[in-house]
Write a protein that binds this ligand. Structure first.
Ligand code: NAD
Length: 354
């Protein structure tokens, strides 16, 4: 198993180092793992003048899976758009055809008080958001800012999805639901947007292949409301790129701790890029205080979805559950009566639990 390791910027290198410790434990236990590091984001720009250097893309394309930290730093904000760190991320997703983004929102019982919602609303939350990642208004043409004949400027973006794009993301959602509680909620705005009217039609057609799965539909505005009103009604949510961007961030905050949430982005063959849901947190970079658990849990997802090794995925997730139960906490999830540890201290605790 060849893993491209892309630490990126900000806290990226610190959190990825903890995930690499976990991979080294698995390696010492006899798993054949090869890891190779390469720069991306601001680090790529500093090293090669490109947020996605050619060598980094080549390594990632040839690897079985990619482990990414995070990209971005305020110091790159004045660069032209194409040179900015975030561009590297969009390009690698598109270049590797990673069209399916899986973001679980799972609340560990010990962390229920970290949520801004009442514990009874969120306790036991276990939700999976499946977001389409390579289409929609983020990529649709035409786009741009033009000047009209009267001299006024106009901004244009285009929401587009074709049938096959909708079908392949739908299939991922239904397949995941089959391994969970067999419920899919498809989120659209079919009352106003034709693109999502087609989305709904395709989901209904697809559901015929999954008679055991209960399919429901919800408008995105209602979904945003239901996520904070009664989030436990959801099992798997599937939606397009822009709605998924917003809803998955909302869902992540139900758990109160963005530092706990992993993510996976998959291609058609389950090759994937795995990264925490949060960004590069430049405000705390270099201080060894970031929470590395989202990145470590991303490695668990790598075993579950790309390597299809459920036992190892469970082993990593159980180690994380154990350190939480033992009371280890980084600053972002620390509460009175628990043990405050550094980023590397948390990595060591997980290694011990493994
Ligand atoms: P952010 O997620 O980096 O940080 C938001 C807040 O959460 C900050 O206060 C930060 O300290 C905290 N935080 C994030 N991760 C944490 C962790 N593991 N442990 C403890 N605290 C944590 O979002 P932002 O501040 O909006 O963006 C910062 C930079 O990250 C920007 O350059 C942005 O473009 C980039 N970004 C990158 C990604 C990515 O690489 N996938 C995603 C989002 C933002």
């Amino acid at each position: 198993m060849k893993i491209a390791v892309l630490p990126g910027d900000g806290i990226g290198p610190e959190i990825v180092a903890q995930a690499v410790k976990v991979l080294n434990v698995l390696k010492a236990d006899g798993m054949k793992i090869e890891m190779e590091e390469a720069p991306i984001g601001g680090a790529g720009y500093d090293m090669a003048g490109d947020p996605l250097p050619e060598a980094t893309f080549k390594l990632s394309r040839e690897a079985d899976a990619v482990l990414l930290g995070a990209v971005g730093d305020w110091k790159y904000d004045s660069l032209p758009r194409d040179d900015r760190p975030e561009r590297g991320l969009l390009r690698i997703r598109k270049g590797l055809n990673l069209f399916a983004n899986l973001r679980p929102a799972l609340l560990y019982p010990e962390l229920a008080s970290a949520s801004t919602l009442k514990p009874e609303v969120v306790a036991g939350l276990d939700l999976m958001i499946v977001r389409e990642l390579t289409g929609d208004i983020y990529f649709g043409q035409p786009r741009g800012i033009t000047t009209l004949e009267n001299g006024e400027r106009e901004g244009i973006n285009t929401m587009r999805y074709n049938e096959s794009e909708i079908r392949r993301i739908g299939r991922i959602a239904f397949d995941i639901a089959m391994k969970r509680n067999k419920k899919v909620c498809s989120v659209d705005k079919a009352n106003v947007l034709e693109t999502t009217e087609l989305w709904r039609q395709v989901m209904i057609e697809l559901a015929k292949d999954y008679p055991e799965v209960e399919l429901s539909h919800m408008y995105v505005d209602n979904a945003a409301m239901q996520l904070v009103r009664a989030p436990k009604q959801f099992d798997v949510m599937v939606t397009g790129n822009i709605f998924g961007d917003i809803l998955s961030d909302e869902a992540s905050m139900l758990t109160g701790s963005i530092g706990m949430l992993p993510s996976a982005s998959l291609d058609e063959n389950n090759k994937g890029m795995y990264e925490p849901s949060h960004g590069s947190a430049p405000d705390i970079a270099g201080k060894d205080i970031a929470n590395p658990l989202a990145t470590i849990l991303s490695v668990a997802m790598m075993y579950r979805y790309t390597f299809a090794d459920m036992a190892t995925a469970d082993r990593i997730e159980n180690a994380v559950k154990k350190v939480i139960a033992q009371g280890y906490r980084t600053g972002d999830i620390w509460t009175d009566g628990t043990m405050r540890v550094s980023c590397s201290g948390m990595g060591d605790a997980v290694v011990a639990a493994l």
